[in-house]
Design a protein around this ligand. Structure first.
Ligand code: PGA
Length: 229
């Protein structure tokens, strides 16, 4: 049995209307009630669009299902005149975690290392754990982040995941280079079929499924496979 926590962080990206998000949760909770999982040392975190966080938080709390919420991003600026931004302080009572620097943010929004460091600092001040995404072990991890997501771009949404052995090696390297990093999670085409391989490694502390978190059945199956690995 695992003695250290294993994080499963589902990233919905820019998918799902509010109705779809609610119906995802209703289906997920029906599966859970039918087959409650014993999640010793497994932590499940769901990162929906930030506009759904509040509604999902209420319905998750009512259900009693141990599902935590995370944000996909946060502003590089504090609360103030920054049109369209969601400040870390606004996320404070909604989420425990927030992704920072996902490769899609870097690619489509040209986020710079400087901006990412500002995000990390504001999230930490708001007591939200930043999950700092890197694409290899050489990228700089700012702000003494304790949690890092290793996400090679070529594995994201391609159905061609990195091997568990290589992801484990990268995780080891990230931890050695940045001794403050406690947890490294792997993202890139993680599914119910391969999650056990990552769960059985020595240096990986979790996974970050995107596509496989969109369907409640697939996500539930992924959690089941991780829990029984
Ligand atoms: P994927 O996405 O699981 O759909 O490959 C992973 C991610 O981008 O976090």
């Amino acid at each position: 049995m695992r003695t250290r926590p294993f994080y499963i962080i589902g990233n919905w990206k820019s998918n799902k209307t509010l109705d779809e998000a609610i119906s995802w949760f209703q289906d997920f909770s029906a599966l859970w009630k039918k087959q409650p999982l014993r999640l010793t040392n497994i932590k499940i975190i769901l990162c929906p669009s930030s506009i759904h966080l509040s509604t999902l938080k209420s319905i998750i709390e009512l259900s009693g299902i141990p599902l935590l919420l995370g944000a996909q991003d946060a502003s590089a600026f504090p609360i103030g005149a920054y049109t369209g931004d969601v400040a870390a302080d606004m996320l404070k009572n909604l989420v425990a975690f927030s992704l920072v620097g996902h490769s899609e943010r870097r690619k489509y929004h040209h986020e710079t290392e400087e901006q990412l460091s500002m995000k990390v600092e504001l999230l930490q001040k708001a007591q939200i754990v930043p999950v700092y995404c890197v694409q290899n072990a050489e990228m700089v991890v700012p702000g003494q982040c304790e949690m890092v997501g290793y996400e090679p771009v070529w594995a994201i949404g391609t159905g061609k995941p990195d091997t568990a052995a290589n992801a484990n090696m990268v995780a080891e390297k990230i931890k050695t280079t940045n001794p403050f990093v406690k947890n490294v999670i792997y993202g890139g085409s993680v599914t119910a079929k391969n999650v056990a391989e990552y769960a059985l490694t020595t240096a990986l502390d979790g996974v970050l499924p995107g596509g496989a978190s969109l369907d409640p059945v697939a996500f539930f199956e992924l959690i089941t496979h991780a829990a029984t690995a």
